[in-house]
Design a protein around this ligand. Structure first.
Ligand code: PHE
Length: 492
């Protein structure tokens, strides 16, 4: 087997071209080898790898005209236009109306600088000399094409001035030169045999039988191919979409609400006492603004907090601070969205969910971020029971792929009974994933809701961590490119 058997037909064509040219720019190589420039360069790089050619790169500076520069190649520079027209001294005023004020404005400075004219008491006085300048010569050589400094036959100072006047701009182009090496020459001297070869066996070649007797380009198993990274949906987005899909399939309606909520909807409507620790500065982002609240519920919620309203409850007692309720916060949970939705839709049946972001003043660490997602839901209908709630949540977790689910007693000011669902994860044990319960009468009564309400708020990011096997929650938000590349490409 001779050394040239290792070459593809394109490599051979390029080597032959180089044998003649010695070294060449890609366009010359294209011309000589009869290959498209990309194919020729690809072959040149392969030859370089084999030590038969070398590819060098240098940066070429070229200049081209700006729109204004282009215009002046036709009209002449403003100072030239004026000096050519100026046979005798003329007032600037008159020049401004003959040319444009802009042209006169630009030209005046240059006329003085170039010594072609001077201005005395508002009158332009020509000096009688206006020889063609280097700048004009350089401008004239452009002829609509980008040029190098040599091609322009201009010195650096002239070009610098034209750049400063914004009549030309500079481009940097990389230019490559391919040269044949000694080994390349030696191989070429052996006489290159151009034999057609098949790089890819296509159905057409198989059908026509044209492959018979042809040379096949051998596979190169020693080359690692460039990794291909498919486009994909962000893993977190994909999981959120999966959760959304599960609730939609179970017949729920998706609801949305504002990120900014009044303390009323975020806390008070949920019968959270105004001195509840969750309302402290530690936990909540207080915004310092206030809002108007719906009068129809306001006093009813106030009464519920102060004395239990019309039901068999004594409320929290004390005075419910109406101003505090009007203060805006970043929602600390999506339960603010569900309670508002229930207030607007108090008639059964209601099956709604909301999957969205909530905000708490947390110190950032591997399991806490101040922004996180929750999956919130409610079912309100006649005869709904606590057992229905547990069944529903277990169903959701099963559909998410967790086989074992259990419920631990919990506490929330707005539900009774309350639970915290947990799933079993190999290696981690039981992991708590949110809260749920049946809304208390103190919550539903002021809004005229008569039927039982099952409600839950589940930690979405925690669940995503488990599904994606992450130890650090922050990865979900960081767009770490290595992690994203490694993550699955799959449909939702
Ligand atoms: N809002 C609660 C979860 C919850 C929602 C609805 C009912 C009970 C609990 C939380 O953020 O932790």
């Amino acid at each position: 087997m001779s050394a040239q058997d290792n070459l593809t037909i394109n490599e051979k064509k390029v080597l032959l071209a180089l044998e003649e040219l010695g070294s060449a720019a890609p366009d010359k190589l294209e011309e000589k080898s009869g290959l498209q420039v990309d194919a020729a360069m690809q072959a040149a790089f392969m030859l370089q790898e084999k030590g038969l050619a070398s590819v060098s790169e240098k940066v070429l500076e070229r200049y081209s005209l700006t729109k204004e520069g282009e215009e002046y190649t036709k009209t002449g520079l403003p100072e030239r236009q004026i000096i050519d027209a100026l046979k005798a001294p003329a007032p600037l005023e008159e020049l401004r109306s003959r040319f444009s004020p802009k042209t006169v404005g630009i030209a005046t400075g240059w006329l003085i600088k170039k010594g072609w004219a001077k201005v005395e008491n508002g009158v332009m006085v020509p000096s009688g000399k206006a020889p063609a300048g280097k700048d004009e010569e350089a401008l004239a050589t452009f002829a609509g094409q980008a040029k190098t400094l040599e091609e322009l036959a201009a010195d650096e100072g002239t070009v610098k001035e034209l750049l400063k006047r914004k009549l030309v701009i500079k481009h940097e182009e990389k230019s490559r030169t391919v040269s044949v090496t000694g080994a390349g020459c030696a191989l070429a001297a052996e006489g290159i045999v151009l034999e057609e070869e098949i790089a890819q066996l296509t159905p057409e070649l198989l059908k026509s039988g044209a492959w018979k007797g042809k040379k096949f380009r051998p596979y190169r198993l020693d080359i690692t191919p460039k990794p291909l990274y498919g486009t994909k949906i962000h893993p977190y987005r994909r999981l959120i979409e999966q959760m959304r899909q599960i609730f939609l399939e179970m017949g729920f309606t998706e609801i949305k609400g504002g990120i900014i909520q009044s303390s009323f909807w975020n806390f008070d409507a949920l019968f959270q006492p105004q001195d509840h620790p969750a309302r402290d500065m530690q936990d909540t982002f207080h915004l310092g603004s206030t809002c108007q609240l719906p009068a129809e519920y306001f006093e009813k919620v106030a009464a519920m907090h102060e004395n239990g309203g019309d039901i068999d409850s004594c409320g929290w007692g004390g005075i419910w601070d109406r101003d505090l309720a009007r203060r805006n916060v970043l929602r600390t949970h999506t339960t603010s969205v569900t309670i508002k939705y229930l207030a607007d839709n108090p008639e059964p049946p209601v099956k709604a969910f909301c999957i969205d972001r909530a905000y708490r003043r947390e110190t950032i660490d591997p399991t806490h971020t101040p922004e996180f997602e929750q999956l919130e839901g409610v079912v309100m209908d006649k005869d709904m029971s606590f057992a229905d709630l547990l069944g529903l949540l277990a169903e959701f977790y099963h559909r998410m792929g967790f086989e074992e689910v259990r419920f631990r007693p919990g506490y929330f000011p707005y539900t009774e009974p309350s639970v915290e669902p947990e799933v079993y994860v190999d290696g981690l044990g039981w992991v708590e994933l949110g809260g749920a319960g049946v809304f208390r009468k103190e919550v539903t009564e002021p809004f005229g809701i008569k039927e039982p309400v099952l409600a839950w708020g589940l930690g979405v990011s925690r669940l995503a961590m488990l599904k994606l096997g992450l130890k650090d929650l922050r990865l979900l938000y960081q767009s770490d490119i290595d992690w994203l590349r490694k993550s699955e490409v799959c449909r939702i």
